[in-house]
Design a protein around this ligand. Structure first.
Ligand SMILES: [Zn+2]
Length: 276
């Protein structure tokens, strides 16, 4: 069974809810790492024979349009990770539509005009922002991967398998991220949860789901394999989410990728191929 590796293409400083030195007004002058780290990730995927779905931040696509082409030419699928990396539930439906349009325009200008998948910053489509699914369907998206079956960012009651969501503008497929059921709770296998897990354990979790006929989505960021990540002081919880167990993650990710069969999300969902 084929699963999905997804990559949220953003800079190390695209962190929701943090302002001050990492505020949006400072982004242009902060050290950029996204091109080098994304290329390194492309090399890793090539080595492992994995084709993935890259949800690219519009802000990154606008600054580095050539990077979008490099990703697409390597056989990967391009999706949107919003334009300015703001949590969806902090936006109004109107400002969300604006941000979505800006992201699609930046991706189209970078050579990716057929975007049909969306990943919200920080899994921020939840009960506070379900209207976003209507906007995505109305904008022509076929799938979303933003609703985490987890406390705090989402809801443990959300389905843990790809499923259809009915919206006012038609059907949208929702592909949730992989979580691990432990001690009666859903534990994240995204972000720090994935970085702290032994590869064998992640592969076992994927195999368990696959045996039940369910494909899974694993999610990573280019900054998580940065060999020399810029360090800044962040609030404790954010710092943990951002920096915990980065050491050695590239090697652990390689072991995971060698043990899991992957394809782009659109293919795993059975969508027709997109003509270039
Ligand atoms: Zn993000």
């Amino acid at each position: 069974m084929r699963n999905c590796l997804t990559v949220d293409v953003e800079e190390w400083f695209h962190i929701c809810g943090v302002d001050g030195p990492l505020g949006m007004e400072h982004w242009p002058e902060l050290p950029s790492r996204v091109v080098d780290t994304t290329r390194d990730l492309l090399d890793l995927l090539d080595t492992c024979g994995v084709r993935a779905t890259f949800f690219v931040l519009g802000w990154v696509a606008a600054r580095y349009p050539g990077l979008v082409g490099e990703i697409a030419r390597a056989g990967h699928e391009i999706g949107s990770h919003s334009h300015l990396h703001r949590r969806v539930y902090d936006l109004t439906p109107r400002s969300f539509e604006q941000d979505l349009g800006d992201s699609l325009a930046a991706l189209a200008a970078a050579g990716a005009p057929h975007v049909r998948g969306y990943r919200a910053p920080e899994w921020s489509i939840n009960s506070r922002s379900l209207w976003a699914l209507d906007a995505l369907a109305a904008a022509g998206f076929a799938f979303d991967s933003s609703m985490a079956p987890l406390r705090i960012v989402g809801d443990p009651a959300y389905p843990q398998h790809p499923h259809e969501r009915t919206t006012s503008a038609g059907t949208l497929l929702e592909f949730p991220p992989l979580v691990l059921r432990r001690l009666g709770q859903n534990m994240p296998l995204i972000g720090w949860g994935l970085r702290m897990s032994a590869p064998a354990r992640v592969i076992r979790a994927v195999e368990d789901r696959n045996r039940a006929g369910i494909p899974v989505a694993i999610s990573v960021h280019p900054w998580e394999i940065d060999p020399d990540p810029p360090r800044v002081k962040l609030p404790a919880a954010t710092s943990f989410a951002h920096y915990f167990r980065l050491d050695g993650f590239r090697a652990r990710l390689e072991r995971i990728l060698r043990g899991v069969s992957c394809a782009p999300m659109g293919e795993v969902l059975g969508l027709p191929a997109v003509s270039a």
